[in-house]
Design a protein around this ligand. Structure first.
Ligand SMILES: C[S@@+](CC[C@H](N)C(=O)[O-])C[C@H]1O[C@@H](n2cnc3c(N)ncnc32)[C@H](O)[C@@H]1O
Length: 391
């Protein structure tokens, strides 16, 4: 098995493989019309790979919202010890003419999930780093180690006994998009919010999307950006790929579905959070897409909400939300009442779907009805569920 590989890898939240692949396929159909996207290979629950193509890599690192990392896999090894790992990587790197690094570039190496390798994480990192530097030197390319301000970030991951060495195309996690300057106590991570919107099967051309428990508004921002195919990075943030010679001829990203006008509504009971949400909408550039209906969702008449959606040209809609789950919210009884009231409110929106991520086992019973989909989905350290209801 040659240690040289050439793959684009999307790493995401466990359970996101189908959605990540679906999102990339939608982006590629729009942006790369002549391109034939191959079926992805899945590795575990949160990782899909494709044959590497720089155009696809650029598209993913600039637009893909449900992935946590976009990587270019360069080498892999089934070596079980450090010495053969070093030897394999030096041999492969010396023969490798791909321009993934350049003379004088600063390098960092990080390892993830390598606990089952026969050596410790720091030793794996040190070995991979030394091998890459040694192989580059053989090709007269000087690489310097600089973990603080690297030009090139390398990641090492272990998948079923195979160590994979990849270049991180974004440089920082994909969820650090640049619009969240402040947030509530329990903001949903941006890639998880995007995943939730995708799982709800929201169609911005025909449906409204409402988050009645909007917090700092992450779900709505992600829905607006997905609808318009907006680039991921904002507020001057750029992915590492923009400094990379492989991508230097690619055009700056622009919205792919810029003429879509999503119909989005929010409510949030906490006044300070509502103000944060408004400011965040402005930073994210979605303030014209989302109407803030008010505070307590219980004071919003579902029939008037449906009328407002119709007035903006959509007959149907979807609730996408992330209710409080208990750690910070009062008594279990208060939480039960909130879930029950949310259910009673949602069920009045006839013909709508309701998509919820929640980490509280009481939710389904209190909300009522039977979910069409119940899928385990982690929210950070919390074991949660995604539920999809149809009314
Ligand atoms: C888990 S947080 C949502 C976080 C949000 N997804 C984000 O990314 O920031 C739940 C939110 O529901 C709000 N909330 C609780 N009861 C509410 C009610 N009756 N009406 C509207 N909002 C409510 C809370 O103030 C809290 O901000």
């Amino acid at each position: 098995m040659s240690p040289i590989v050439d793959r684009l890898r999307l790493v995401g939240i466990p359970g996101s493989n189908r959605v990540m692949a679906g999102e990339l396929s939608r982006l590629a159909r729009r942006a790369l019309s002549e391109f034939r996207l191959e079926e992805p290979k899945k590795q575990g629950l949160g990782s899909v790979t494709y044959p590497f193509d720089a155009r696809l890599g650029w598209l993913a690192v600039q637009h893909h919202r449900t992935s946590a990392r976009v990587l270019w896999d360069l080498y892999e090894s089934r070596a079980a010890r450090l010495e053969p790992l070093f030897a394999e990587l030096v041999a492969a790197g010396t023969d490798d003419s791909r321009p993934w690094c350049w003379d004088g570039a600063k390098l960092s190496v990080d390892a993830f999930g390598v606990d089952e390798f026969a050596a410790g994480e720091r030793q794996v990192v040190g070995t991979v780093k030394n091998a890459l530097i040694e192989a580059a030197a053989q090709r007269k390319i000087r690489l310097e180690v600089d973990p603080e301000r690297p030009d090139i970030r390398v990641q090492v991951r272990l998948y079923e006994g195979t160590l994979v060495v990849s270049l991180d195309l974004s440089g920082r996690p994909m969820h650090m998009r640049g619009y969240r300057m402040e947030a509530g106590d329990a903001p949903l991570r941006e890639d998880l919010a995007a995943l939730l919107v995708m799982l709800s099967r929201y169609d911005a051309r025909t449906e409204a999307l409402v988050d009645p428990l909007a917090g700092s508004g992450t779900i709505l921002i992600e829905a607006a950006c997905l609808a318009k195919g907006r680039p991921v990075w904002m507020s001057g943030r750029k992915p590492d790929a923009e400094r990379h010679p492989v991508f230097e001829t690619f055009a700056r990203p622009a919205p792919l579905f810029g003429d879509t006008a999503p119909v989005l509504f929010a409510s949030e009971i906490d006044r300070h959070l509502r103000e944060t949400m408004e400011r965040t909408f402005v930073t994210a550039g979605v303030e014209r897409d989302v109407a803030i209906l008010g505070g307590d969702f219980r004071n919003i008449d579902p029939k008037l909400l449906m009328d407002r959606a119709r007035a903006r040209g959509v007959e149907r809609g979807v609730i996408v939300t992330n209710p409080p789950y208990g750690q910070r919210m009062g008594s279990p009884e208060a939480l039960w009442d909130l879930y029950r009231d949310l259910g009673e409110w949602c069920w009045q929106l006839k013909g709508w779907r309701h998509a919820v991520i929640v980490a509280n086992p009481d939710f389904p019973e209190a909300f009522g009805g039977r979910p069409r989909i119940a899928k385990p989905l982690r929210n950070g350290p919390l074991r949660g569920y995604f539920y999809l209801y149809e009314s």
